[in-house]
Design a protein around this ligand. Structure first.
Ligand code: UDP
Length: 315
């Protein structure tokens, strides 16, 4: 069985490549390395069942030979990245989704779209079930990501309905773990970097906004199970353990043993006030739920970031 993973050199993509290679898949990873890093898959480069090609999937994708599964994970995904790359974000969600679906149709391959909890925008319902239609500002700074993914979901369902492509949609909530980029601007890498380098932790707003953080191995297991299922409508994947950002900053500070102060910065425009997945559907149809708590996942992630910070200092 051969899988094509777009964005395979990214944070989630690289863990997925690893998981599929370990499960005896041949894996072709496509990445234009705009936010992905080749070092994320360096350990796979000599594996006989792994190949990486540098490619922008917003352009026509030509892949010789059979493909059994297309997994579309390419996209800037942190708010700082997609604010810096607004057009690329819209293009990879729109054109990239169209091209990868076209490829799946041509190859008679199954398809999985990496969608997002951002489809719910700044939700007025919490926790968010898949049936919630969302509260998105299409013209705000986050609209480039939110609307690209909403379009991507619409396009995926259209290929399923019109062309009978065997599709799946994962709505991925905040995920963390090794291989997040130190400078991707997200709360976790920022807080860890700040704590490890003796700088104040920058909490946005009053820190009372909430998120729910899923450890990467749990998320990848959820994706793997969704691949095996025949559910075509979106499925939330995330950890329902909700925490305020202020509490999250305090936990990271305590874990690093640092005593830097916490400073409050303006809340970015349209920053969601709450986010928590309702995973009833994933529990029911995938028999899946997260197993790694923050108490276990944060130390593992910290270990990775300690090495990253040491390496960045040595450079
Ligand atoms: N955040 C923060 N300080 C930072 C970076 C982020 O307080 O240095 C906040 C951000 O405003 C949001 C939450 O942490 O309320 C999670 O942000 P992140 O960028 O990790 O992802 P999001 O869930 O917004 O996509």
């Amino acid at each position: 069985m051969r899988a094509l993973i777009t964005g395979g050199a990214g944070f989630l993509g690289s863990h997925l490549c690893e998981r599929l290679v370990a499960s005896d898949w041949d894996v072709l990873c496509l990445d234009n390395l705009v936010t992905g890093l080749e070092t994320n898959v360096a350990h796979l480069l000599n594996h006989p069942r792994f190949r990486i090609a540098r490619q922008d999937v917003t352009r026509y994708i030509d892949v010789p030979g059979p493909v059994d599964f297309v997994l579309h994970f390419a996209s800037p995904a942190s708010p700082v990245d997609y604010l810096k790359l607004p057009i690329q974000t819209l293009k990879v969600g729109a054109l990239g989704t169209h091209n990868t679906l076209g490829l799946a149709l041509a190859k008679k391959a199954k398809y999985l779209l990496a969608s997002t909890s951002e489809c719910y925008g700044d939700p007025q319902v919490s926790p968010q079930p898949e049936s919630y239609r969302g509260h998105v500002n299409p013209i705000g700074p986050r609209g480039v990501y939110d609307e690209a993914k909403r379009y991507a979901e619409a396009m995926t369902m259209a290929y399923h309905r019109a062309h009978d492509v065997d599709t799946r949609i994962a709505r991925i909530f905040n995920t963390y773990g090794p291989r997040m980029r130190l400078n991707d601007g997200r709360a976790l890498p920022n807080f860890v970097y700040q704590a490890l380098t003796g700088q104040p932790l920058t909490v946005h707003g009053d820190g009372q906004q909430t998120r729910s953080f899923c450890y990467v191995s749990d998320l990848i297991e959820g994706i793997y199970r969704l691949m095996q299922s025949d559910e075509h409508e979106p499925v939330n994947l995330g950890n329902p353990q909700e925490i305020t950002i202020l509490e999250f900053a305090e936990r990271i500070r305590a874990l690093t043993g640092s005593n830097v102060p916490i400073v409050f910065k303006p809340l970015p425009e349209d920053d969601p006030k709450q986010r928590c997945p309702d995973i009833t559907k994933a529990r029911r149809i995938l028999h899946w739920e997260p197993e790694v708590s923050l108490d276990e996942g944060l130390p593992r992630t910290l270990e990775f970031f300690r090495r990253e910070v040491a390496a960045s200092r040595a450079r």
